[in-house]
Ligand binder design. Structure first.
Ligand code: ZN
Length: 132
């Protein structure tokens, strides 16, 4: 696995795009909404990894609930795998609890699945694989 991106929950993605563009001295390279997750995302390339900003598009979005509970900040870490179906199976067999037991469509042309943070020391972990 390699660290593909870190997801950061933000209240106002337009404002945060400006903030992170100033931080990295480079603009985001894409904005994309994922309706099924109720989020609008933007991506910054930072070396070999990326930063994904996430803004809720509805009050019942997981990002809205996260910000309500914990405020803005690091939401998840995403690891790229070569075969997401095999990894879901392997991790399930090792006793990890998965939020998605089947890979689903995510942002940035990826198939994704999330693990339950309860089974990973409180860290929300996303597995992702390029659709190619
Ligand atoms: Zn992500």
């Amino acid at each position: 696995m390699k660290l593909e991106h870190i997801g950061i929950a933000v209240k106002d993605i337009e404002q945060s795009n400006e903030l992170f563009a100033a931080l990295f001295d480079a603009p985001h390279y894409k904005i994309e909404s994922v309706e099924s997750e109720g989020v609008k995302t933007s991506f910054f390339q930072v070396g070999a990894s990326k930063i994904e900003l996430l803004e809720a598009t509805s009050p019942d979005s997981p990002i809205a609930k996260f910000i309500e509970k914990k405020g803005e900040g690091i939401h998840h870490m995403a690891f790229e795998v070569e075969d997401i179906d095999a990894e879901i199976k392997r991790l399930g067999e090792r006793g990890f609890k998965l939020i998605h037991t089947e890979a689903k469509a995510g942002a940035d042309n990826k198939r994704i699945a999330f693990l339950q943070p309860k089974s990973t020391n409180g860290v929300l972990i996303e597995l992702c694989q390029d659709k190619g």
